[in-house]
Design a binder for this molecule. Structure first.
Ligand code: SAM
Length: 277
């Protein structure tokens, strides 16, 4: 989904630069799942590339795409040219130029919830699976909600005024209106107020729906995409990312998943004379 707020990427970056605690938590989870530091990292809905910057600074090659041209322009400006590539593209089929063989894919902030239908989620997961290395890990943030679950309406995020890089300041307030009865999407309403921020109107007010996933349907999507094993789940509402049991209606979680039965890296076969061929 295209959003007026995401289109103002300097504004997005002013609010959502990852905190030191969140960076440490993501590093801990990624290292635990991989058994080492990530070498090639893909963010298929990277916004202005704030997480790509983090992994690039640790020596990883990074790649990212996003629907928003403005976000990709800012990511290209912020990231060093060497070892980083970003392109405008849809996460359902990220651009081929981003490459493959990624050992870590990140999609942390429920961006997958912006996809309109579950079939889009399957298309996304299948195209990511093809780009991952066999023992690669995908850290995927999403909401697990069952039929009959409810979310109390209320403010979920409120911050500001904060200074915006490039000039001006802004405040942001995000509310949930709860789960919609038929679609089970979570309805979000958001208002940003800005003063003297380049190319931003004084008020950006919008409403959008985020897909949520009944646990059984989530497992069906993972299977339909070619198969992913769920390695672990973490509580995404807490920046320390404590482990969480993945049960029905678990809420906002960060999943660590890995392609199932992925083709192994080719090893040299040995002839009967013990020579590699
Ligand atoms: C919550 S932001 C997360 C950005 C970034 N991953 C981060 O963690 O800072 C969600 C992003 O998803 C992008 N997005 C929404 N639908 C998309 C799609 N179909 N393909 C690619 N990006 C999309 C938006 O433009 C926005 O930048």
């Amino acid at each position: 989904m295209s959003s007026a707020f995401y289109r103002r990427s300097a504004l997005y970056a002013a609010f959502f630069v990852p905190s030191a605690e969140m960076r440490a938590s993501i590093d801990r989870v990624a290292r635990r799942m991989l058994g080492r530091k990530a070498r090639r990292v893909l963010d298929p809905a990277c916004g202005p590339g704030l997480w790509l910057e983090h992994f690039h600074a640790q020596g990883a090659e990074v790649a990212g795409s996003d629907l928003e041209e403005d976000a990709i322009a800012l990511a290209a400006e912020r990231l060093p040219k060497r070892g980083a590539i970003v392109r405008v593209g849809d996460m359902r089929r990220p651009p081929d130029e981003l490459g493959d063989g990624f050992d870590l894919v990140i999609n942390l902030d429920n961006s997958i919830g912006h996809l309109p239908e579950y079939m889009d989620v399957v298309e996304h997961l299948a195209s990511i699976r093809r780009r991952m290395s066999p023992r690669g890990v995908y850290l995927l943030g999403l909401a697990v909600r069952e039929e009959g679950d409810s979310i109390d309406a209320g403010v979920v995020y409120e911050r500001g005024p904060v200074d915006v890089p490039g000039g001006g300041f802004a405040a942001l307030r995000t509310e949930t209106l709860g789960l919609q009865p038929v679609t089970r999407c979570e309805r979000i309403r958001q208002v940003a107020i800005t003063a003297n921020v380049k190319d931003a109107p004084p008020v950006i007010a919008e409403q959008y729906d985020l897909l949520t996933f009944p646990l059984a349907l989530l497992k069906d999507c993972l299977a339909a995409a070619g198969g992913f094993e769920i390695l672990a789940a973490f509580d995404a509402t807490d920046e320390s990312l404590p482990a969480k049991r993945l049960s029905k209606g678990a809420g906002d979680v960060l999943l660590a998943i890995r392609p199932k039965d992925a083709p192994r890296a080719r090893t040299k076969r040995t002839t009967s004379r013990g020579r590699a061929r």
